[in-house]
Design a protein around this ligand. Structure first.
Ligand SMILES: Cc1cc2nc3c(=O)[nH]c(=O)nc-3n(C[C@H](O)[C@H](O)[C@H](O)COP(=O)(O)OP(=O)(O)OC[C@H]3O[C@@H](n4cnc5c(N)ncnc54)[C@H](O)[C@@H]3O)c2cc1C
Length: 466
C-alpha cells in the first residue's frame, strides 16, 4: 500500500540522501519507481519509503546512519525471492544490494568471499573453473546471502550440510553504523546468530564460505505420469533409506504450466518425478538408481554433468515470477502420509499447486556440532514445499488456501521445527528454533539492534529484561 500523507512528509527529505551516496536513491517521484520496488517474486507489492541501490560499503553505512537519524528503518534485499515474508515497508528504506557483486575465490584455501549482491550462479560458475563446488540451492538466481542466512539446503547438502554451517566469516554493518567482521574469534555471538537466524542483525556486506572439491555429479530426473504418484512416491520413500550421504534427492508432484517458457514435451503436463544428485561416478550412480529406473519412467535425464549444471536440475523458473506457497518439515513419509498428499495434490485433486516437493534430509543436514550456527541441523526426515502461480489476487488466495490444506493434511507427520527458507508466511520465526536457540537469537538482537532498525524476513524480536 502507498504510505500515508504524514509519512510522505517524513520521507520527502530523502532526496538529500542522493548527495551522500555513490549509488542511487529512487523515490515515488522518480520514473524508475515501479521498477525499483519490484521483487523477484512479482506477487510482492512493495511500498518502501525509498529504494536505495548501494554501490559500496560506504553507501551501506550512510543508509544505516541516515535511517537511524531520520526515524526510518532498513530492509535489505538481494533479489526479492523471499519478499513475501516481509512485513509492511512503509517507514523503511529498501536497501538493494544488486550492484554489490564482487566475488573472489581462493582456490588453494577453497574459500569464496562474495559481496552481498552475488547470486549463486555467479559463485558456482566461478568455483567450477577451479574444480570446486559451493553449497548452492536449486536456483541459480537466488542470492547467496539471503539463502545462507536462512540455513541453505542444496543438492550437496546430505554430504556437506547446510550452507550456513560452511560460512567462515560474515561482514556486516550493525545498527550503530559500525562495520564488523564476525567470525569464530570476533563477535562470535553475532557470527552464531547470522548463520541461520536470518537478516535481523545488520546489513551483510560480504560473506565468506568454504568450497568443496566436486566437479562432476551423476544427476537427473525420472518422469512418471502423475497417475502413478502413489506408487512413485512410495518407491522413492523406500529407496531413500538405502542411499548414502552422497545422494540428495527430491520426490515431487509437478504440473507444468501452459506457458511458452516451458519446453514443448512437458508444457501443460503433470508428472510424479524423482530428482537426484549423486557425488560419485556414473557406474555407482546408475547402480544406485536402478530400483527406481525399474519402475519404467516415461523420461529419464540422468547422466554425469558438471556440478554447476545442478542449477537447472530442479527446473526453477528462469526469471522473476509471481508465486505463493508454503512449506513444512515432516518427521517421516509413511504410506499414510503419501496417501494424504496424493489425495490433496495428486491426480484428480483439482489442486492449483504447480509443485509439491519433498526434499530428502538426513545425512550431514542432521548432524549438529558446537561449531555450527543458530541452525545447527535440520531435525526432520523430509522438507515439503508447495507452490503455485499468484498472477492475480484470486490465484494467490487459491494457492495459499490449498497449500494450507496440504499442510493440514500432513499435520500428523509435522516435525517439531520448520526450515526458515521454506516458510513463506510472515511472523513465524519462533517455530524454526528450540526455545533456547530462539532466546539466544533474541539476546543477540537486543545487543546489536535493540531498537529494531532492521526489518528482515522472519524477524527476531529483541529480548527484554522484564
Ligand atoms: C525459486 C526458488 C528456489 C529456492 N531454492 C532454495 C533451495 O534450494 N534451498 C533453500 O534453502 N532455499 C531455497 N529457496 C528459498 C531462498 O533461500 C530464500 O527465499 C532466500 O531468502 C532467498 O534469498 P535472496 O537473497 O535471494 O532473497 P531476498 O528476498 O533478497 O532476501 C531474503 C531475506 O534475506 C535477508 N537478506 C538478504 N540480503 C541480506 C543482506 N545483505 N543483509 C542482511 N539480510 C539480508 C533479508 O531479511 C531478506 O528479506 C528458494 C526460493 C525460490 C523462490
Amino acid at each position: 500500500m502507498p504510505p500515508s500523507t504524514a509519512l510522505t512528509v517524513k520521507i520527502s527529505g530523502l532526496g538529500a540522501l542522493r548527495d551522500l551516496l555513490d549509488g542511487e536513491v529512487v523515490t515515488r517521484a522518480d520514473a524508475e519507481w515501479d521498477d525499483a520496488r519490484l521483487a523477484w517474486n512479482r506477487a510482492a507489492d512493495q511500498w518502501p519509503a525509498a529504494v536505495v541501490y548501494a554501490e559500496s560499503l560506504a553507501d551501506v553505512i550512510t543508509v544505516v546512519d541516515y535511517a537511524r537519524a531520520g526515524g526510518l528503518r532498513v530492509a535489505t534485499q538481494g533479489t526479492g525471492h523471499f519478499a513475501s515474508t516481509l512485513d509492511s515497508l512503509a517507514d523503511t528504506i529498501l536497501l538493494k544490494t544488486t550492484r554489490m557483486r564482487r566475488l573472489e575465490i581462493d582456490a588453494d584455501a577453497r574459500v569464496a568471499r562474495v559481496e552481498a549482491g552475488v547470486l549463486w550462479e555467479d559463485v558456482t560458475l566461478a568455483a567450477a573453473e577451479h574444480g570446486l563446488a559451493a553449497l548452492a540451492g536449486s536456483a541459480g538466481d537466488v542470492g547467496v546471502v539471503g539463502y545462507t542466512l536462512g540455513g541453505g539446503l542444496g543438492w550437496l547438502a546430505r554430504r556437506f550440510g547446510l550452507a550456513a554451517n560452511s560460512v567462515t566469516a560474515v561482514e556486516l554493518v550493525t545498527a550503530d553504523g559500525r562495520h564488523v567482521r564476525a567470525d569464530r574469534d570476533n563477535d562470535p555471538d553475532l557470527f552464531w546468530a547470522v548463520r541461520g537466524g536470518g537478516g535481523s542483525f545488520g546489513v551483510v556486506t560480504a560473506i565468506e564460505f568454504a568450497l568443496y572439491p566436486v566437479s562432476e555429479v551423476y544427476a537427473g530426473i525420472l518422469f512418471f505420469p502423475l497417475e502413478r504418484a502413489s506408487e512413485v512416491l512410495g518407491a522413492w520413500r523406500e529407496w531413500v533409506d538405502g542411499t548414502p550421504d552422497e545422494v540428495t534427492s527430491v520426490g515431487r508432484l509437478l504440473q507444468f504450466p501452459q506457458v511458452p517458457d516451458v519446453p514443448e514435451p512437458v508444457r501443460g503436463r503433470s508428472f510424479a518425478i524423482v530428482e537426484a544428485a549423486f557425488i560419485g561416478n556414473e557406474e555407482d550412480g546408475a547402480a544406485l538408481l536402478q530400483p527406481l529406473r525399474e519402475l519404467g519412467p516415461v523420461m529419464d535425464t540422468f547422466g554425469t554433468i558438471p556440478v554447476e549444471e545442478l542449477r537447472f536440475l530442479h527446473m526453477d523458473p528462469p526469471g522473476p515470477v509471481p508465486g505463493a506457497g508454503d512449506g513444512m518439515a515432516l518427521t517421516d513419509l509413511t504410506p499414510e502420509a503419501i496417501a494424504a498428499l496424493v489425495a490433496l495434490a495428486g491426480p484428480g485433486s483439482g489442486s492449483p499447486l504447480l509443485s509439491v516437493e519433498l526434499r530428502q534430509l538426513g545425512g550431514a543436514v542432521a548432524e549438529d556440532s558446537p561449531e555450527h550456527g543458530a541452525v545447527g541441523a535440520l531435525d526432520a526426515g523430509f522438507s515439503l514445499y508447495a507452490v503455485g502461480s499468484a498472477a492475480d489476487e484470486e490465484m494467490k488466495a487459491a494457492v495459499e488456501a490449498h497449500a494450507e490444506k496440504v499442510k493440514a493434511g500432513l499435520a500428523p507427520w509435522a516435525a517439531e521445527r520448520d526450515h526458515f527458507n521454506f516458510a513463506n508466511r510472515p511472523g513465524v520465526a519462533e517455530s524454526f528454533y528450540t526455545a533456547d536457540t530462539y532466546r539466544g537469537l533474541q539476546w543477540v538482537k537486543a545487543a546489536y539492534d535493540p531498537d529494531e532498525l532492521f526489518r528482515a524476513s522472519h524477524p527476531i524480536q529483541p529480548a527484554t529484561r522484564s
